[in-house]
Design a protein around this ligand. Structure first.
Ligand code: MG7
Ligand code: MG
Length: 290
């Protein structure tokens, strides 16, 4: 029964739940089923990475590439104008997902047009990651190390730049072989970006893409229990491609326009963490399940 389960981390003031009973019930079942039945699906930008660090907002994987100093001014000017226009829409608490969707598709498409022809090599990406100083949430590394040790599959599902995401995970020494990255990877020809491999993943089509990419989930049919983590409302559906789902526990990180967004986040996520730049709740869950 759920009343035996003690979870001080869930009782903290910044932890919000629409249905606490249901959360405790799901966790109890996940503990009972154990690590063999578990898989993790997580977003990257502002989920595995921090939303802010020392008062500054953390660069997204796109932002890491755009900080490369040798890029032509037209590219920097173009991407920065797109960012100004579209980031405001992405973060607008008054617009619905349906209102935002065409704008986000537009942003990713216009951005791709600017990226085509830009330089790219493994060395350039590595250097960009070193220079960018992206901070992962406190406890991300230790969580990944434990998940690897216990052989729990982890899907990093990102609408950002796959080459950058992969390079960051590699640099942090957490690109273990239980970690799989689904994202926008560059098509590279003669050290130049020729476009992206496959259809673009943006913030609000992660559900469709999950379904299209079923070979990953097919192999994981024996891992029906899912802990999902994201910072965008669009992340809440990343589990849609999973066949035969068991318990699904969704954790949402909310760090801006908190009051305005909270009701929507409570509808989409089981647990909402307000301005929490750590993986403490996730690690506490792993303490119990692994
Ligand atoms: N994001 C999405 N796009 C861009 C872009 O072209 N430039 C920059 N700097 N950021 C971008 O992981 C997805 C996140 O990446 C950002 C097309 C969005 O804010 C999105 O949440
Ligand atoms: Mg994100």
């Amino acid at each position: 029964m759920t009343d035996h389960l003690v979870f001080p981390q869930l009782e903290a003031e910044h932890v919000k739940m629409k249905d606490k009973e249901a959360v405790y019930r799901k966790i109890s079942k996940m503990i009972k089923d154990g690590k063999e039945k578990l898989q993790i699906i997580t977003d990257f930008d502002r989920t595995l990475s921090k939303f802010h660090h020392n008062g500054e907002s953390t660069k997204s994987s796109y932002g890491v590439y755009e900080a490369i100093s040798i890029l032509p001014p037209e590219f920097l000017e173009g991407t920065s104008q797109l960012y100004k226009k579209f980031r405001a829409i992405e973060d607008d608490p008054k617009m619905t997902i349906a209102d935002k969707l065409p704008h986000m598709a537009d942003w990713w498409k216009k951005s791709e047009e600017l990226y085509i022809g830009m330089p790219c090599s493994e060395k350039l990406i590595e250097q960009a990651v070193v220079d960018s100083n992206v901070h992962l949430r406190t406890g991300s590394e230790s969580a990944f190390t434990r998940l690897n040790k216990e052989k729990v599959p982890v899907l990093v599902f990102s609408a950002g730049l796959g080459d950058i995401v992969t390079a960051i995970l590699k640099r942090q020494n957490i690109l273990y072989n239980n970690v799989h990255v689904v994202s926008n990877f560059f098509k590279i020809e003669n050290d130049k970006i020729a476009g992206f491999d496959g259809a673009l993943i943006h913030v609000y089509n992660k559900n469709q893409h999950a379904i299209e990419n079923t070979s990953y989930f097919k192999d994981l049919a024996h891992h029906p229990n899912i802990i999902l983590m994201g910072d965008s409302l669009g992340d809440a559906n990343m589990n849609e491609g999973v066949l035969d789902q068991g318990e699904v526990l969704k954790i949402g990180f909310l760090s801006i326009h908190i009051e305005e967004f909270l009701p929507q986040y409570l509808e989409h996520f089981d647990i909402v963490l307000l301005d929490d730049q750590t993986m403490d709740v996730f690690n506490a869950l792993l303490d119990k399940i692994l």
